[in-house]
Design a protein around this ligand. Structure first.
Ligand code: SAH
Length: 391
């Protein structure tokens, strides 16, 4: 008998709209025995069946729903969901060898991330219920994706919230951890073992390609450049020169090699520096650019951090505007769910007002299509990329 989680009165409405999370505070009780990581049915106070998912009492996000129709949660279930996810990417992905194959909740596979980098698959199990099924998932990924090797990148901090430890390593086969992928015309060396996220910011792919199309003959400043994603696309798109800055030595070392690999190193300067200092310094020296890209890390990791974070976003956007020539283009990103499109637009508007500039938004972009958004789960839409002309 499957154990049943009974909700407190009225707590089923969000789930009824398609949200997949049940928080600890919404649960009245659990009928029957179930180990953490096991499958439970979720019912309303009156006993109406809502869905089935896995439970983890160590997490405030106690149940993640897998099915909202009566379905057995067995190997066949995960196989069908993985097949759907793979089929969707086959339709929307083109011209790149690196993309996200499974994006957790948005693919109805809560807590599971699978990225493809050429012949290598990288796996993250960020929920206990997925972690305890890792062996089966690896077999299915092997069967359905046929990668040469599968790497586990389970060192994300969010695993702690699930009571899970940090671990990385090969689960199947082996490959050099750093190798080349391509994205449109660009080639990038990535490091799946040590790089940020699973090695590359796949979510920014379409925004990098978009920027590559609006930089002809431009002098470009790429702030928070990591391994040179925007910088290389800008140079390949015909930029006159790109200055790119990141605080990480390793990222800048790889960015420099990426510039060389793409034959654009003569038009790219990669610097190790703190962007806040470098922006201030360049404004001070009277430097001017035609395009400024701001792709900072998430300044607001939670809601409490938001007021302070807004100050950070404001500062970099303000200085970026000071660096822009009249008619120049600002590419301003936030990868924090809490700093959403509305708030980032407000920051850009207020930075424009403070610097007496006029801004017109050209594009309001989000994460690439391999990171689709679950319409009932705003948490799955975390990336904003505003492209604006600054006059
Ligand atoms: N645009 C990149 C991704 C940027 S991720 C791409 O398309 O691949 C954010 C980057 O900001 C990280 O590489 C991190 O090292 C860097 N970073 C964080 N704080 C910084 C700071 N204060 N100054 C400079 N770089 C910083």
């Amino acid at each position: 008998m499957t154990a049943t989680v009974i909700l407190k009165p009225g707590r089923e409405s969000r789930l009824g709209l398609g949200h997949l999370w049940v928080y600890a505070g919404e649960i009245a009780g659990v009928d029957g025995h179930v180990e953490d990581g096991g499958i439970v049915d979720v019912r309303s106070t009156r006993g109406r069946w809502i869905g089935r998912g896995f439970i983890n009492r160590k997490s405030t996000l106690t149940v993640r729903l897998l099915a909202t129709r009566p379905e057995e949660i067995d190997r066949g279930f995960f196989q069908r969901r993985l097949r759907d996810a793979i089929a969707y990417r086959a339709r929307v992905i083109d011209g790149t060898s690196a993309y996200r194959v499974v994006y957790g909740e948005a693919d109805a596979l809560p807590g599971l991330i699978v990225d493809r980098y050429g012949h290598v698959a990288v796996l993250q199990t960020l929920a206990l219920g997925m972690d305890v099924r890792k062996g089966m998932l690896v077999e299915l990924i092997d069967d359905l994706m046929h990668p040469a090797a599968i790497f586990e990148r389970n060192d994300s901090g969010v695993r702690r919230l699930e009571g899970l430890d940090s671990r990385t390593g090969w689960l199947r086969g082996q490959a050099p951890p750093d190798f080349e992928i391509h994205e449109g015309r660009a080639r990038f060396l990535i490091d799946i073992a040590h790089g940020q996220k699973t090695g590359f910011f796949l979510d920014q792919r379409e925004n990098r390609l978009a920027v590559g199309r609006i930089v002809k003959d431009a002098e470009v400043f790429d702030a928070f450049c990591y391994t040179g994603g925007f910088a290389v696309h800008a140079a390949l798109g015909g930029a006159k020169h790109v200055t790119a800055v990141d605080i990480s030595d390793d990222a800048v070392a790889l960015a420099t090699r990426n510039g060389e690999r793409n034959g654009v190193d003569e038009r790219c300067t990669f610097l190790v520096a703190n962007v806040f200092d470098e922006l201030r310094r360049q404004v001070g020296t009277g430097a001017r650019y035609d395009v400024v890209i701001l792709d900072p890390p998430a300044f607001a990791r939670n809601k409490d951090a938001l007021p302070r974070a807004i100050g950070g976003y404001k500062e970099i956007n303000l200085r970026a505007m000071k660096l822009l020539r009249s008619g120049g283009i600002l590419v301003s990103c936030s990868c924090s769910y809490h700093m959403d499109e509305t708030l980032l637009t407000d920051v850009v508007a207020s930075a424009a007002s403070d610097t007496h500039r006029t801004v017109r938004l050209m594009e309001r972009r989000g994460q690439a299509r391999d990171h689709p958004v679950h319409p009932a789960m705003p948490e799955t839409r975390y990336l904003t990329c505003l492209i604006a002309q600054v006059v």
